[in-house]
Design a protein around this ligand. Sequence first.
Ligand SMILES: *Cc1c(COP(=O)(O)O)cnc(C)c1O
Length: 397
Amino acid sequence: MKPSEALIADAQRLLTQNYRQQPIVLTRGEGCRVWDVDGRAYLDMHAGLAVSVLGHAHPRLTAAIAAQAGRLLHVSNIFFIEQQIRLAARLLQRTFAKRVFFCNSGGEANEAALKIARRYWHTVRGDAARVELVSCHNSFHGRTIATVSATGQEKYRSGFGPLWEYVCFVPFGDLEAAREALSPRAFAMLVEPIQAEGGIVVPPPGYFAGLRKLCDESGALLILDEVQTGMGRTGTFLAHEAENIVPDVATVAKGLAGGVPIGAMLCSEEVAKGFSPGSHASTFGGNPLACAAALAVLDVLEEERLIERGREMGEVLRQGLSRVAAAHADKCIGVRGRGLLLGLMLRGDAPAVVERCRERGLLVSVVGGTVIRFAPPLIVGRTEIDEALSILDAALG
Ligand SMILES: *Cc1c(COP(=O)(O)O)cnc(C)c1O
């Protein structure tokens, strides 16, 4: 029996069976490459679900984590935390936001966004009638009860009812539907710049400018879920920068600390008034280790100009994927996405293609049933992209 087989058998016996897992056990990584416990190497175009922006075992990130762990791993937010304060300054300097709250995941960042928006209307504006959230069909916002309630896909909701009922779903990209839903009862609209889990769906040009205007007219806050699209993934630090709009709130998580769990809720000075001492908290949120890791990620992003580089490599990957799609037009529809968040749309059966890629040494994942997601580390280079494309070509053949 291979080492992986024994581990997988244990996993099936010991863990709650809530994941649909590819049958490998990864144990080590370097750059865009990972190795499994059986000694096989893989090219990683999944990056831990768009998390490992610096790839694996980046020396700067490893050193920052080790140094911080040797000094101070954790203290609670009943004291001030230097790394958290320094990270806040860096994030606010790079974004629209004036204040930030730190937590541990994307779902928690969205929870914080929903909570501050609700409390803003209650305590700052004194409008208790604003009880409705507008969200989009086909969206994904997390796995907590509130974020599942705000998620517009049945597969994430089923079996968990009754959910938070004050959510009105509208089609993504449809401004007319948003106009109707954004009534004086709406406290906020929650929306992803690009629907990632929904299948890398890019809205029509002008959608976000239109939403901004509609939210201004109705008074509802505009909350952008940048958990997957943030941290340079789509070619700008936050994806909405490409839309020339300013949201009221934006959430980030996945890539923020390059693999150490962290989340952040970024907001305007006005919305920040929604929280007061005691109104929200997190035991681990913004702890010294996670914040030191995020600071190292920001340093490397800036020094190695990884966002610009990712934009270029995204174009290389997009063109390559388009060529492969054209060569296999019987199986592929085309490519969509932005930067290094790209989806190859298939006519059917994405899991089978993902399996054939893995057997040939390429790790990718399925989103929206029929789309193969490419979300490599932002350090990815041309030779790795070429290698991934030739494996994909073989897997489709
Ligand atoms: C991954 C993701 C989440 C949830 O993040 P967790 O860290 O798993 O809680 C929320 N929104 C979007 C857009 C995501 O991609």
